[in-house]
Design a protein. Structure first.
Length: 94
């Protein structure tokens, strides 16, 4: 317990201390984050832009790797690697 709580416990006013803590918790503005302010629309928009850009770059890099590996496939199974990768990506995004 905190020093204040121990002093209240010794004086017999622990219930008053608990009531004060509950009132303090209820009086807080619960609409804010732990950082003190709610996120703005600009911050959320920028975060979404960064996420989309990163996802797009990762997709382009993955496609280029698959295209390079597909060049090494034998003639009778050409295109199998690309179709498998695209199918896995499609079902993974669902």
């Amino acid at each position: 317990l905190s020093k204040e709580a121990m002093e209240l416990n010794n004086s017999g006013d622990i219930e008053d201390y608990a009531d004060q803590r509950v009132q303090f918790a209820n009086a807080k503005d619960l609409s804010t984050t732990s950082f003190g302010t709610p996120p703005t629309i600009a911050f959320l928009s920028f975060s979404l832009l960064l996420f989309g850009t990163g996802f797009w770059l990762a997709d382009v890099m993955g496609d280029s790797i698959v295209a390079e590996k597909a060049k090494l496939e034998p003639e009778f199974s050409r295109g199998h690697l690309q179709s498998t990768c695209y199918a896995c990506r499609f079902f993974g995004l669902m």
